[in-house]
Design a protein around this ligand. Structure first.
Ligand code: ADP
Ligand code: MG
Ligand code: ZN
Length: 425
């Protein structure tokens, strides 16, 4: 890979206008520029994009960036373009483009002006695209949201599993950069194995979100829980918050209840048409409403820095999900309160949802749920449990009372060891 010789910090200033690197960015970028397979594990908001964008701009040829969501791709490209005076520095290629648009993208790629091409995995399943890329100078491949490769991740996409085979068809010596905010060791080893990363440089950042407060509350009767939620929101008047529920109907019910209690709220779920979803998302982003009551369909790629609370009306299906969903609070580094309501009934609802899945999937699901139950029933520091789950060493003395168990240590209660058992169909 031919690299233009300027200092990295100058390149950062020139291309992005930032004065310093965040976290591990600089050393990661050096690894990529050295042409090494690189594995970046960094929490959401940590600045992963820049880790491949800057090397892409500094290398000759064009970087291929695999990204799972078409909607996010356009955002990313718009963002890159906003830093540059040239619109053709970045493009995306996916099923939303017209023939004429595809032609324009190809012309720019051939002219060498384009430094980053965002593609969906589907784009790489098309032979004509692979043939085209084979003739092109590619600097490296970046696989963003690489956890989509793993069934143990929170967003498995089967197409991701075929990436390596498709990349090899383009050129089997291209450096591969995998990036994810998923820190569980299982997912990590799946990624390394599946992409066949060659002696990768691995950069693991801490996943501690010290500005988030974690709390579990026992979930009682429905009206009582709703009253608790209303009270909580009134105590945080005018602040932005997300409430996650398990099913669509509950989002609507809960949003109605909040509105009836003078709270500006809307529901959001995948059953709404795309227009309504986009409109409600904007209402939340522009603060026409304070609270969005949503299923997990809401959140990926949403970058609202000042979300002040995330409430889980139902327990999430894995600790990984919990971490990702609560992670949307306090992106700006200021306060974020994460309250999760827990009842064993909700655990049974989660199990029930898996009833028609194949046995192996149910077993996997049950294991994830058990870990979440253990978290909810634990009297240990919440942060410690979460970070240990991610394989990170953490002493609860570091928590600074930023979780319910550290703030109000419980008598060690003997909880029944409730284990979700998968019954054979
Ligand atoms: P991730 O993909 O890890 O979730 P992003 O790449 O979206 O994170 O970056 C999160 C935010 O951090 C973006 O708003 C980005 O502009 C900002 N950012 C990244 N690197 C820097 C830097 N070196 N200095 C200042 N801001 C940065
Ligand atoms: Mg990202
Ligand atoms: Zn704690």
């Amino acid at each position: 890979m031919a690299v233009v010789k300027v200092s990295l910090i100058d390149a950062l200033r020139e291309h992005f206008g930032f004065d310093s690197f965040k976290g591990n960015q600089e050393i990661i970028i050096k690894s990529i520029l050295a042409g090494k397979d690189t594995f970046v594990i960094m929490p959401t908001g940590g600045g992963k994009s820049l880790c491949y964008q800057l090397p892409a701009l500094m290398s000759s040829g064009c970087a291929l960036i695999v990204s799972p969501l078409i909607a996010l791709m356009k955002n990313q490209v718009d963002l890159v373009r906003s830093y540059s005076s040239k619109d053709n520095v970045a493009h995306f290629l996916n099923s939303t483009l017209s023939k004429a648009q595809i032609k324009k993208v190809r012309t720019d790629l051939l002219s060498g002006k384009t430094k980053m091409l965002y593609v969906a995995p589907e784009t790489l399943t098309k032979q004509e695209n692979l043939d085209f890329f084979r003739e092109l100078e590619i600097s490296f491949i970046a696989v963003d949201e690489a956890h989509c490769i793993s069934e143990w991740g929170h967003d498995f996409r089967p197409e991701y599993r075929r990436l390596k085979e498709m990349i090899e068809q383009i050129n089997d010596s291209l450096p591969i950069i995998a990036l994810t905010a998923t820190a569980t060791p299982k997912v990590q080893s799946d990624i390394v194995k599946n992409l066949e990363l060659r002696d990768p440089q691995v950069f693991l950042s801490s996943f501690n979100r010290s500005n988030l407060y974690y709390e579990i509350r026992p979930k009682r009767k429905k009206d009582q829980t709703i009253r608790e939620i209303v009270k909580f929101i009134h105590q945080h008047k005018g602040k932005s918050g997300i409430i996650y529920t398990l099913n669509r109907k509950t989002t609507e019910e809960l949003a109605d209840m909040l509105v009836a209690n003078n709270i500006k709220a809307v529901a959001y779920h995948a059953g709404l048409d795309a227009g309504t979803r986009a409109q409600r998302q904007d209402m939340f982003l522009h603060e026409d409403v304070d609270v969005i009551v949503a299923t997990i369909a809401f959140g990926m790629g949403i970058d609202k820095p000042d979300v002040r609370f995330v409430i889980h009306y139902n327990i999430p299906k894995s600790l990984e999900n919990y971490y990702q969903e609560t992670g949307r609070a306090g992106r700006d580094g200021l306060e974020g309160i994460c309250v999760c309501f827990y009842s064993y009934k909700d655990v049974q609802k989660l199990e029930h949802l898996m009833r028609d899945k194949p046995l192996s999937e149910r077993e996997m699901g049950a294991q994830l749920i058990n870990e979440t139950v253990a978290y909810a029933e634990s009297s240990a520091c919440r942060r410690k449990v979460i970070l240990h789950y991610f394989g990170e060493k953490y002493e609860e003395s570091q928590c600074n009372n930023a979780c319910d168990n550290c703030r109000n240590p419980k008598e060690k209660i003997e909880v029944k060891n409730r284990v979700v058992i998968v019954l054979k169909a």
